[in-house]
Design a protein around this ligand. Structure first.
Ligand code: HXC
Length: 513
């Protein structure tokens, strides 16, 4: 046979993965194939495959007679918006996308290249887990991947998309990466599936309830983004990449075109309610400061009392962290602290400046929070901000109480600029509670204790429920009108463009995990 023809035949054979029948089955579940996914993910005709003819080396259970080129994962490199990207895409039509020794080695090769060349790694996961016929060898393959995920953490951005099963130890690769995207109805993640759960704990639970996109978006926080199908998932990766640099030594893409609707300068004046105990949506404040339609919220269904996401000011990427008065009054609890801390660390690792909006009444009280370790988890956020060397600006819109004031990117923990609106209340605690404690005797001895309490409350509020005590001490840098926020933030980040700050020499810190 003509040698060139042989190559062409081998190529087209490998394109079919597990064959037409299994491709049909994949489509009937609403899923795309591994190759279709890569085509949609990358710029047109930019994919270069590596390892197309790799086969497994197993001879157990008759596997030697069943070899499919590529061995259940398509790997290679390509471009997203012209930028170099490495990708692996598991092929469920080949042994259920299960991970063999050879399959793992292909993924590791791509990861090594991504690290050596400083470009993001995208993993499209759709796999029945360890290749059962190979046993322990495939377990070692997983560990090889986990090791590389960890080594790559903070060096190159890593994004995992879950587009089918992801069970057992396999879940730990996505967990080690920076962002996880899950497709509704067709993906799930769990350490042990419903059958094992039933045997061990006698709980009856479906795959979807146990580890579907919604469960992980709302309850565990494992899932950062829920999307309704494969196409949306791949579009989202393309969008996320636009906010990130290629690696830790680069800056996020330089200013892209932007617009800012100036009517938002009017809108921002009217967002806060007259009554300072009423809620409002902090996302309206964020939206009124950043470039039009530039906010990409992350983890939006998890710990709604804190809002995080990428945004742009004058075209440049920033990371936004904001208390959300609309949910639990914006209080900090365990989940909010974990959510905020992880995002702050991503931004700091990849040279993304941080903009914090603060309206926080404090930490959430109660036995549940204390016994589950709000002390340790709250400290994560404190640690993450304290450690961050990127430019950092805080805007206090309303409440900034107690320890939560310190934690939310205060100047004492290294923020570069802190602004407060005239509505800011910066104090140890709310006036009501404060009056009750420090004027306890006076109130109890009064003819009308309730009236006395009110009088003392307003005395305390007058003293501290404003930004000026803090401004007098330089604890905040300026009191600004809401409509001045955008221009102050832009000027601030410009001023901080060449900020150079280094951490003390150490092997690594010991964040309160
Ligand atoms: C080898 C596998 C496989 C596996 C699926 N297949 N999982 N082959 N090893 N782990 C094959 C099937 O034999 C079948 O082959 C094809 O993939 C499609 O599988 P189906 O069962 O027909 O598909 P579906 O009904 O959609 O069910 C998908 C599934 C199920 C839920 C993933 O296949 C399943 O439960 N698989 C086993 C999952 C598992 O227990 N994995 C090991 C977990 S332990 P044919 O030829 O018929 O198309 C683990 C440890 C990792 O992963 C530890 C890391 C530290």
């Amino acid at each position: 046979m003509d040698k060139n023809q042989e190559l062409k035949d081998r190529r087209s054979g490998s394109m079919l993965g597990g064959g037409e029948e299994r491709i049909k089955r994949q489509h009937s579940k609403g899923k795309l194939t591994a190759r279709e996914r890569i085509t949609l993910l990358l710029d047109e005709n930019s994919f270069n495959e590596i390892g197309q003819f790799v086969e497994h080396r197993s001879s157990s259970f008759g596997l030697e007679k069943n070899k499919i080129p590529g061995d259940g994962v398509v790997t290679g490199f390509g471009r997203i918006h012209g930028r170099l990207i490495y990708v692996f895409s598991q092929d469920f039509t080949v042994f259920g996308g299960s991970l063999s020794e050879a399959h793992a080695a292909k993924i590791c090769r791509i990861m090594d290249l991504a690290m050596q060349n400083g470009a993001p790694l995208i993993g499209l996961n759709d796999s029945g887990g360890a290749r059962i016929q190979e046993g322990v060898i495939s377990l070692a393959g997983y560990a090889d991947i986990f090791y590389r995920n960890t080594r790559a953490s903070g060096v190159i951005p890593q994004i995992s998309v879950i587009m089918g099963p992801c069970a057992g130890g396999a879940v730990y690769s996505p967990a080690l990466t920076d962002f996880t995207i899950m497709v509704e109805d067709t993906s799930y993640m769990f350490v042990t599936g419903p059958n094992v759960v039933k045997t061990v704990t006698h709980e009856e639970v479906s795959s979807e309830d146990l580890g579907g996109a919604k469960a992980h978006a709302e309850k565990s926080g494992v899932n950062h983004f829920t999307v309704s199908n494969d196409i949306e998932a791949l579009k989202l990766v393309r969008e996320l990449i636009t906010f990130m640099p290629q690696n830790m030594d680069e800056m996020p893409p330089s200013p892209t075109k932007f617009s800012f609707n100036r009517s938002k300068l009017d809108t921002i004046k009217k967002i806060l309610p007259e009554n300072n105990s009423l809620p409002y949506d902090i996302r309206k404040v964020v939206d009124s400061v950043i470039d039009d339609n530039s906010f990409k919220e992350i983890h939006k269904d998890f710990a709604k009392n804190i809002v995080i996401g990428f945004a742009r000011v004058e075209g440049r990427t920033i990371g936004v962290v904001a208390n959300q008065p609309e949910s639990l009054a914006g209080v900090l609890d365990i989940d909010a602290s974990r959510k905020g801390a992880r995002f702050v660390r991503f931004c700091d690792a990849f040279n993304i400046s941080l903009l914090v909006f603060e309206d926080v009444p404090g930490f959430l009280p109660g036995t549940d929070q204390e016994w589950r370790g709000i002390i340790t988890h709250g400290a994560k956020l404190l640690y993450a901000f304290s450690e961050a060397t990127v430019p950092r600006i805080t805007v206090i819109t309303r409440k900034a109480y107690g320890g939560a004031f310190d934690v939310m990117n205060s100047k004492s923990i290294g923020a570069d600029l802190n602004f407060a609106w005239p509505t800011a209340e910066i104090a140890v605690m709310g006036a009501k509670g404060a009056a009750e404690i420090i004027f306890k005797r006076e109130i109890s001895k009064a003819n009308d204790p309730k009236e006395k309490w009110l009088e003392k409350e307003s005395e305390y509020a007058k003293m501290f429920a404003n930004p000026y005590r803090a401004a007098e001490r330089g604890i905040i840098d300026d009191v600004i009108l809401p409509e001045e926020t955008r221009s102050k933030v832009i000027a601030g980040f410009k001023m901080l463009e060449n900020k150079a700050d280094v951490l003390p020499r150490k092997k690594h810190g010991n964040i309160p995990l």
